[in-house]
Structure formats: C-alpha cells, structure tokens
Design a protein around this ligand. Structure first.
Ligand SMILES: [Zn+2]
Length: 434
C-alpha cells in the first residue's frame, strides 16, 4: 500500500506548530479524544499490558519470523492461515474458526451483552509474492529482511502480542473484540477476505468499528479509501501470416492506439486520480499477425466520481481504437473486437474526519509522541469505509521499507517498536471501552 498524505492538513499542522513555537501561547486544550486516550494510557491495565509487550518482545519478533517463513501468495494463504488460527487459539481467544473464504478469527469477549456491536482488529495473511519466492528471514542486528515481513506479517505477530498482553494484564473491555487474520488484501485478492467478513461472515452485522493494521508506520491514520478499477482488455482478430496475409486488421494496432490515447488523459492532482497501462501479453510468432493481444490497466482515485469519469474515457478509447483499426485495414478474414474484463474493483470513500475512530486513533498517535499523518490509501479498510462503517488503517510500529520488493525489511529495535505498538493498543482499548 502507499500513502497519500493530506498535504493541506500537514501544512496547517506545521504552521500552527510553528506559530506555537514563536508566540508560546498556552498549549492547545486536549480534545475529548485526547482525554480518553490519556485515561486509557494512565490505567493500570494499559500499563500492565505494555509491560507484557515489553517482556514478550522477543517472542513477537520470533513469531514474525515464524509466520513470514510460511509462504502466503494470493489465493494460497491456507498454510499460514492454519498456523495463525492455532496461534489465535493458543493466545486464549474463544470461537476460533476459519470462515468459508479462508479468513481466520477469534473473539475476546467483553463485559457487554453477547451479540452486541464489536470492534475488529485485522491484519492480512497474504503477501504479493508468488509461489517459490524465497521467504527465509535474514537478520542483521535489529533488522529483519524478507518478502512480506512488514506487509503485513509483523502486524499478525503484534496482534498476537496484544491478545496475550490484554490477558496478562486482565484487561476487560466493554465491547467484544474480534481479532482477524484475513486473506486477499493484495492485488489479485481484491479485498476478498474483508468483503466476505462484511458481506457474508457471521459477524457482519455486529461490526461497529474496524481497524486494519497494515505496514509498520505508527504515525499513519488512513481514513480515506483510494478506489481502483483494474481491467484486462483482450483485443482479438483473425490473425494470419505476416507476409501472406498482409493487410489484415491487427489487434496489436488497436492495443497500441489504446495505450497511446490513454496516456494522453489528464487527471486531477486533487482529488488524486491516476492510471497506468501496466502489463501486456499475447502474439503468436514474429512472422504472424497476432490473433489476440492483451493489456492490463490500473486506475485509481480518491473520488468515486473522478474514477467513474476516467473509467468512461478508458472504455471510449478502447471502442474507438477497435473501430479505427477495423477502418484502417482489411476485414476480409474477420474484424477486430475487444473483450474488457474487470479484474479488480476497490471501492472509494472516507471515514469522516470527525468520526470517533479517526479522532481516537490520531489522539493515540499523539499520546505516543508522534505526529499523526492522516491520509488515503487502498487497504482492507476500503470495504467498511464504502459501507459507512467507521474504519482506519494503522501501523504495527517500528521502522520498515521496500514493501512489495524482495528486499523488504523491518526494524524491530525494541524501544521504537514498543512505542509504535502502544498506538494501536491504546486506540483499540479506547474504542472497545475499558
Ligand atoms: Zn498490506
């Protein structure tokens, strides 16, 4: 995932910080959310829980390594899911299960009535890496290198750490908390795990707030959902000998026109709207007019309206390119056609900035000593956000980089790692009521 920082907000924040530094007015009055989070952090339960995280830090690191070394390519998360389900059970959750989509989950009962609204904390099981990728973790000091280690395996281990810490500290929340290791966050998975959770899962009508822990950055409060549409367009024609059948329509020409015309589209910088013509394939041999050529396209926007506009332009370009090629060369052996197949569709939207979950999470970031970075991204939270269910994506803590690359890394240096972990824990407890 990549983050689009709210530049205007960041600028406003840094301006007001600068003004504070100059004029030294009395410190800004803490908001209700700040007071709630400060009360959580000052509680004996929270202190005992963070002490447990500190004692257990080596175990969290060991479990990060253990889980990272179980490959979990898109649609092939089963082995890791089973291992994680066993760990959720060992951590003491009840109702531990795997649903029909492959998500694993377990419940931590609160003091409220059974069946009441609950809070979800989810991390995704899948990585972007295909089968056969070397997932052995290499450790250099406090740095761990391996594909998927930070996105999102460290979060899975931190969630286990939270569950054990809450038990060790005997923390009782008012609401139930559902802990989820979900499938299908990355590219081709198209959010299938969380879609199932909210569409068909047995808790679907009980989820009142949703945290996705994805990536390491503890400052991040992702409340906006960048929507995306992805297509594979297959241009088809009669094909034929490059010399003997010269003059026939060529699907590659229609594809080429599509690529050129698409890359002329101007999209707004705000709301950020993007596209990429990204993968191509097809053809028969160097001396054949191809009978099929395909192209994949990715389009994204923070605005559903802008995404729809771009989608319309794209489809128009494909249709015109097909017509132009049919007009440009001979159709005596057949015409060019285009099959436009939707291969990804992630909804757009945003949790209100004044929603409790956004204010609480921002307050948790501040209380840990960081400056919140509010932004929009494409994560599992897209699904609840599109349904109007308050959701944010947060980080697991510690430093990290090179996500989606084979040299992906995280830094598990203890003080920074623990400080980062305290953000999610405080936000979770504040939302679950303790
Ligand atoms: Zn991720």
């Amino acid at each position: 995932m990549s983050l689009v920082p709210r530049l205007a907000l960041a600028a406003a924040l840094s301006l007001s910080l600068a003004a504070n530094a100059l004029a030294q007015p009395p410190a800004a009055k803490p908001s209700a959310a700040d007071r709630t989070v400060q009360a959580v952090r000052a509680s004996a339960g929270f202190k005992a829980a963070t002490a447990s995280l500190e004692r257990e830090h080596d175990r969290i690191v060991a479990e990060t390594i253990q889980l990272t070394e179980i490959p979990a390519p898109p649609f092939k998360e089963m082995a890791r899911a089973q291992a994680y389900m066993a760990m959720l059970k060992a951590a003491g959750l009840t109702d531990v299960e795997m649903d029909a989509e492959g998500n694993v989950m377990g419940l931590r009962r609160g003091t409220g009535p059974a069946g009441a609204p609950l809070v979800v904390l989810a991390a995704h099981l899948d990585t972007v890496f295909p089968e056969g990728t070397n997932v052995k973790v290499r450790r250099e000091g406090t740095k761990l290198f391996a594909p998927g280690v930070g996105d999102d395996t460290h979060s899975l281990a931190v969630v286990l750490g939270y569950i054990r810490a809450l038990d060790a500290a005997k923390v009782r929340t008012k609401k139930d908390i559902l802990f989820v290791g979900n499938v299908g966050e990355e590219g081709p998975g198209d959010l299938r795990g969380v879609r199932y959770l909210f569409g068909k899962g047995k808790y679907k009508d009980r989820i009142s707030s949703f945290f996705s822990m994805d990536g390491t950055s503890a400052e991040r409060v992702t409340f906006g959902a960048v929507g995306s549409l992805r297509y594979r367009v297959t241009f088809k024609g009669p094909g034929g000998h490059s010399y003997g059948a010269y003059g026939l329509v060529n699907p590659m020409a229609a594809m080429g026109t599509t690529v050129v015309e698409m890359n002329r589209i101007q999209t707004p910088a705000v709301p950020k709207t993007t596209y990429a013509t990204s993968v191509v394939g097809g053809g028969t041999s160097v001396n054949s007019i191809p009978d099929a050529i395909w192209l994949e396209v990715d389009m994204r926007s923070e605005s559903a309206e802008e995404l729809a506009k771009l989608d319309g332009k794209f489809k128009q370009i494909v249709a015109s390119a097909v017509e132009a090629e049919n007009a440009a060369r001979s159709q005596r052996a057949g015409r060019i056609s285009a099959e436009v197949k939707l291969i990804g569709d992630r909804p757009t939207g945003a949790t209100r900035e004044d929603a409790l979950i956004v204010e609480i999470t921002s307050a948790s970031v501040r209380a840990a000593g960081y400056t919140p970075i509010l932004g929009a991204s494409s994560t599992d939270s897209n699904v609840p956000i599109s349904l109007g269910i308050p959701a944010v994506t947060i980080g697991s803590g510690g430093d990290g980089g090179r996500a989606h690359a084979v040299d992906e890394w995280i830094d598990v240096a203890k003080p920074e790692s623990l400080k980062g972990m305290s953000v999610g824990l405080a936000a979770l407890l504040a939302m679950a009521g303790s």
